[in-house]
Design a binder for this molecule. Structure first.
Ligand SMILES: NC(=O)c1ccc[n+]([C@@H]2O[C@H](COP(=O)([O-])OP(=O)(O)OC[C@H]3O[C@@H](n4cnc5c(N)ncnc54)[C@H](OP(=O)(O)O)[C@@H]3O)[C@@H](O)[C@H]2O)c1
Length: 300
């Protein structure tokens, strides 16, 4: 570590190119003021942070991405994998970038925001933390720092995520478009007023867990009808993907798309009638409402 406590690691290839040897952090140089700023720094490289880093590296090029983590080896490992730069302190990572993404657990975000507050002017902060309000974040980082909030879901990790983006009173159009660009390889990103984030989260954040059992159940039905398990699961998952793509790409109402598949007196309408008899719609609506109510309680 150098005298400022700042160090970085950006993978063996880059280290070799820079004339450095070994993978320890001791011999790694610090980020220099005056060096070209990176676009985004991600503080916290856990499940969501690392998924966002991988996507940002794809969207921006790894040379425009910085990371740091409480356990530095995790950030270094991610840097080795992606080619981005790992820093040995949150402050060094934040200092290197225009956009500072806070990807730590909600209860830790205030401490990290306050640790960085004095170097944030001139940068923008993006919180990933569920339930942390923009107004609170604004108070911790300072009134002039543009703050934004994102709510990603787990499919972001493979580029088919759904993310909501809200901005505080200091966020300008440029900040929205920059964050949309940084996250462009995560899947869809849509602007949403902060007051609707809990509802969004109940549909898109919790939604995968509501759909996985449904896919599994479709496959169970297939197995009951004689299909091998692996085939049944693949058919069920690909069919779910296809149905979702039809809704998104045709823009048609799902009721119409369902009607189009149901021929009079046929097998599909017989199956649809069973789903209705077992209350599929009511179960899905109640699942989203239960998650939404819980989200509201967690945020308090
Ligand atoms: N996972 C999701 O599906 C999801 C969806 C939407 C939003 N989010 C939000 O994303 C945030 C992160 O969640 P997660 O699931 O990714 O949690 P996680 O896997 O536990 O990751 C959190 C990371 O933060 C690091 N960390 C903790 N304190 C730190 C500090 N002071 N400085 C730097 N790094 C620090 C941890 O480091 P260590 O390695 O030392 O533990 C860990 O790697 C949460 O606020 C959550 O609400 C998550």
């Amino acid at each position: 570590m150098d005298e400022s406590g700042k160090k970085w690691y950006n993978g063996p290839k880059a280290a070799a190119e820079a004339g450095l040897r070994g993978s320890g952090t001791k011999m790694l140089p610090r980020f220099q003021r005056g060096e070209k700023m990176k676009k985004a720094a991600f503080i916290g490289t856990g499940n969501m942070g690392s998924a966002l880093v991988r996507a940002a590296c794809r969207a921006l090029g790894a040379e425009n991405v910085a990371v740091s983590n409480r356990t530095p080896s995790k950030a270094e490992e991610l840097a080795r994998e992606t080619g981005c730069q790992a820093f040995g302190s949150n402050r060094a990572a934040a200092e290197s970038a225009e956009y500072v993404f806070l990807c730590v657990k909600p209860k830790l975000i205030r401490g990290v925001a306050e640790e960085l507050a004095d170097l944030l002017p001139g940068r923008a902060v993006v919180s990933v933390a569920a339930g942390v309000l923009l107004n609170d974040l604004q108070g911790w980082v300072g009134e002039d720092v543009p703050v934004l909030r994102i709510m990603p879901n787990t499919p972001c990790a493979i580029g088919v995520g759904m993310t909501a983006l809200s901005g505080g009173k200091t966020a300008r159009e440029k900040h929205f478009t920059d964050v949309e660009m940084i996250l462009s390889a995560t899947g869809r990103v849509e602007r949403l007023e902060e007051g609707l984030i809990d509802a969004f989260s109940a549909v898109a954040g919790c939604g995968p867990a509501f759909l996985y059992p449904y896919i599994e159940a479709l496959a169970d039905g297939g197995v009951a009808a004689g299909l091998p398990r692996n085939k049944a699961l693949r058919y069920a998952a690909q069919t779910t993907l296809g149905a979702a793509s039809m809704v998104l790409e045709t823009g048609a109402h799902p009721g119409k798309l369902k009607d189009d598949v149901c021929s009079p007196g046929g097998s599909t309408i017989a199956g649809v009638a069973e789903l209705e008899r077992h209350g599929l719609r009511a179960a899905a609506i109640d699942a989203v409402l239960a998650a939404w109510k819980k989200n509201g309680q967690l945020g308090k």
